[in-house]
Design a protein around this ligand. Structure first.
Ligand SMILES: Nc1ncnc2c1ncn2[C@@H]1O[C@H](COP(=O)(O)OP(=O)(O)OP(=O)(O)O)[C@@H](O)[C@H]1O
Length: 232
């Protein structure tokens, strides 16, 4: 008897998107199961960011349905959905104050009421990502683009979503810091019930990270949209 495939954490059926009359992806279908890491591939302007935003419930869906745990996005309270499917933009929006303030702030929101901010864990993640724990005291206004990406990544990891949608999440980091971020995300992904989608222009990074890939350009050819498992 063969084991049944686990139910997808995130599933999308029949997604289409046009921009000013130009079709981007059409009839897109994808499935993301726990422990999977899907790399989305495509040239600039092909709609990768718009796809991640649609999956996160940040853009209106033109056509199609996104399911989380097999429940349609429209039947989730959006704050709950977005706390489980978390989008990390390439240029994160941070608030004011210190890094510590930024990491602590979301825990005051009702949607995260069941979670506790853990400063020691925040410091541990900083060190894992190549920053000293004293980084917590820095003012957000002084941070470089790469440092901002690091803070946004740690904020997301502390909030413990089921699905991370990473939009060129290491693009502003130096190669060493990017490798540390990759390693931390692989560790995060080892815990059951988690999966991620990663948009990256770096083929070597996709090779290191992904278990599956989705070529967004092929998606615009009807019925070709699919996720493919990469060779082991
Ligand atoms: N809110 C919007 N309104 C209208 N057009 C948009 C909007 N957002 C993006 N676009 C356009 O949609 C297309 C796809 O944009 P998107 O940012 O998703 O591409 P991408 O594949 O992520 O590109 P890159 O690799 O350069 O980040 C682009 O032509 C962009 O100009």
């Amino acid at each position: 008897m063969t084991a049944e495939a686990p139910v997808p954490l995130l599933r999308a059926e029949g997604l289409s998107r046009h921009v000013e009359g130009r079709p981007l992806w059409q009839r897109l279908r994808l499935e993301l199961r726990e422990s999977e890491r899907l790399a989305v591939v495509g040239p600039s302007g092909s709609g990768k960011t718009l796809l991640l935003r649609a999956l996160a419930g940040l853009d209106v869906l033109e056509h199609g349905v996104v399911y989380l745990d097999e429940r349609p996005q429209t039947r989730w309270a959006m704050p709950d959905f977005r706390s489980r499917v978390m989008y990390l933009p390439q240029r994160p929006a941070l608030g004011t104050g210190t890094v510590l303030d930024e990491l602590r702030q979301p825990f005051s929101l009702k949607v995260h009421a069941g979670k506790q901010f853990n400063k020691a864990r925040a410091a541990e993640l900083l060190v894992a990502l190549g920053r000293p724990a004293s980084f917590l005291t820095l003012n957000l206004s002084t941070l470089s683009g790469g440092e901002q990406q690091t803070v946004a990544l740690i904020r997301a990891l502390l909030l413990d979503p089921a699905v991370l949608l990473l939009d060129e999440a290491t693009a502003s980091l130096d190669p060493e810091a990017a490798r540390l971020a990759e390693a931390e995300l692989l560790r995060w992904n080892e815990v059951p019930g988690r999966a991620l989608i990663w948009v990256s222009h770096d083929p070597a990074q996709r090779e290191r990270i992904a278990t599956h890939h989705l070529d967004i350009q092929r998606v615009s050819v009807p019925a070709q949209a699919t996720t493919e498992r990469l060779p082991a």
